[in-house]
Design a binder for this molecule. Structure first.
Ligand SMILES: Nc1ncnc2c1ncn2[C@@H]1O[C@H](COP(=O)(O)OP(=O)(O)OP(=O)(O)O)[C@@H](O)[C@H]1O
Ligand SMILES: [Mg+2]
Length: 310
C-alpha cells in the first residue's frame, strides 16, 4: 500500500474573477473546492493513475471532514486524526483576463506534537514491510522541524520505504534520517546543500553528497527543464516535454505520485523515469485544480526521452 501523510492539509477554494482588483468589490464567475495539501495531492494522482492509496492527515473541524468525504468519493482511503480548530482553506484567485493568479493561504491550526505522534502510531499499526510512505509538504505550526526525521526513522524501522518531499529545515533533518527517495526541485536542493547549482554536473554532485549519507535516490525536478534522476550508480536526465502550460502548480506532486506508484508496482528504473516525466508534463497541461487523467499521462509516454549523463 502507498500511504501519504499530510500534516497540514487544506481545502483549496478556486474562484475565477475577471479583472480581479484589490480595494474593490469583486464578483466571482466560477468557483470550486478541492481537497489539497501535498500528500493529499499525491494520493489523488496515484488513484487517477489506477493505483491505490490511503491518505493520512491531521484534520480539524468541518473543513477537515469535507476533505475526508471528498477523498473517499474519489476512491482514496482515509485515516484522519481530528484535533481542535479548523483545517485551513486556501483561496486561489484565477484571473483569466489579466492572466494573474493570486493565492491567499491560511497558516492552519496550531498543532500539538502529541497529535502528530498519535497519527504516526496509527500509521505504524497498519504498516507492513515493503509499504511505501510518502511524507510531503510543510509542517503546521507547533510541530518541531525534526518531525519528518522522526517519521522517517520509525517507518524505516517498520520495513517501509519512505519518500520525502519537503523544504528547508524539515527536509534537511528528514534527509539525514535516510529516506529511500527525496524529490527536491532545484531551489530546494540548493538550499539543502547550501550551494549555488547551475549545471547538471553540479546538481548531480550535490545529490550524490546526500546519497553518500544514506538516501538511495534523489530526483531533482527542474520545472520546464525536466528532471535529473540520481542514484549511486547513474545520473539520467529527462528533458522537459514541451507542452501547452495550463498550470504548473502541483507538477512536483504528480512526479512524486508517479515515483511512488512505480515503486509499488515494481517497475524498472527506466519505466519509472518515463512515468515520472509523463506525469509531471500531464499535470502542467491541466488547469490545476484536478489531476491529469491516466489517458493524458499515457499519451505523453512516447514523447519522453532519457539521456544518460553518467
Ligand atoms: N513548464 C513546464 N513544461 C513542461 N514540463 C514541466 C513544466 N513545469 C514542470 N514540468 C514537469 O513537472 C516536473 C515537476 O515540476 P517542478 O520542478 O516545477 O516541481 P515543484 O517545484 O516541486 O512543483 P510543486 O511543488 O509546485 O508541485 C518537472 O520535472 C517537469 O517534468
Ligand atoms: Mg515541490
Amino acid at each position: 500500500m502507498i500511504f501519504t501523510v499530510t500534516l497540514n492539509p487544506a481545502m483549496d477554494k478556486t474562484v475565477v474573477i475577471e479583472r480581479f482588483a484589490p480595494d474593490a468589490v469583486n464578483r466571482v464567475q466560477q468557483m470550486r473546492t478541492d481537497p489539497g495539501g501535498k500528500g493529499v495531492n499525491v494520493s489523488k494522482v496515484i488513484v487517477r493513475l489506477g493505483g491505490e492509496s490511503v491518505a493520512l492527515a491531521l484534520a480539524a473541524g468541518r473543513t477537515g471532514e469535507a476533505i475526508g468525504d471528498a477523498l473517499r468519493q474519489m476512491g482514496i482511503g482515509t485515516d484522519f486524526l481530528y484535533g481542535p480548530g479548523e483545517t485551513r482553506t486556501n483561496l486561489k484567485i484565477v484571473d483569466p483576463v489579466l492572466r494573474q493568479n493570486t493565492d491567499i493561504n491560511e497558516p492552519g491550526p496550531q498543532t500539538a506534537p502529541e497529535a502528530a505522534q498519535a497519527l504516526l502510531d496509527r500509521l505504524l499499526h497498519r504498516l507492513a514491510p515493503g509499504d511505501i510512505v510518502v511524507l510531503a509538504g510543510s509542517l503546521p505550526r507547533g510541530l518541531p522541524a525534526d518531525t519528518y526525521a522522526v517519521w522517517t526513522r520509525a517507518c524505516r524501522a517498520a520495513g517501509a520505504r519512505v519518500f520525502l518531499d519537503a523544504d528547508g529545515e524539515a527536509l534537511a533533518l528528514g534527509t539525514a534520517a535516510g529516506p529511500e527517495l527525496i524529490k527536491p526541485n532545484g531551489d530546494e536542493l540548493a538550499r539543502l546543500t547550501g550551494r549555488d547549482l547551475r549545471t547538471h554536473a553540479e546538481i548531480a554532485q550535490a545529490a550524490r553528497a546526500l546519497i553518500v549519507r544514506g538516501v538511495e535516490r534523489v530526483v531533482v525536478s527542474l520545472g520546464a527543464e525536466g528532471a535529473l534522476f540520481v542514484d549511486a550508480a547513474s545520473v539520467t536526465y529527462g528533458p522537459g516535454i514541451p507542452v501547452p502550460v495550463g498550470s504548473t502548480v502541483g507538477a512536483g506532486d504528480s512526479v512524486v505520485a508517479a515515483l511512488a506508484l512505480a515503486a509499488a508496482r515494481g517497475m524498472t528504473q527506466e519505466e519509472t523515469m518515463r512515468l515520472a516525466m509523463a506525469a509531471g508534463a500531464a499535470n502542467v497541461m491541466c488547469s490545476g485544480t484536478q489531476p491529469a487523467s491516466r489517458e493524458d499521462v499515457e499519451a505523453l509516454l512516447p514523447r519522453v526521452t532519457l539521456v544518460k549523463e553518467e
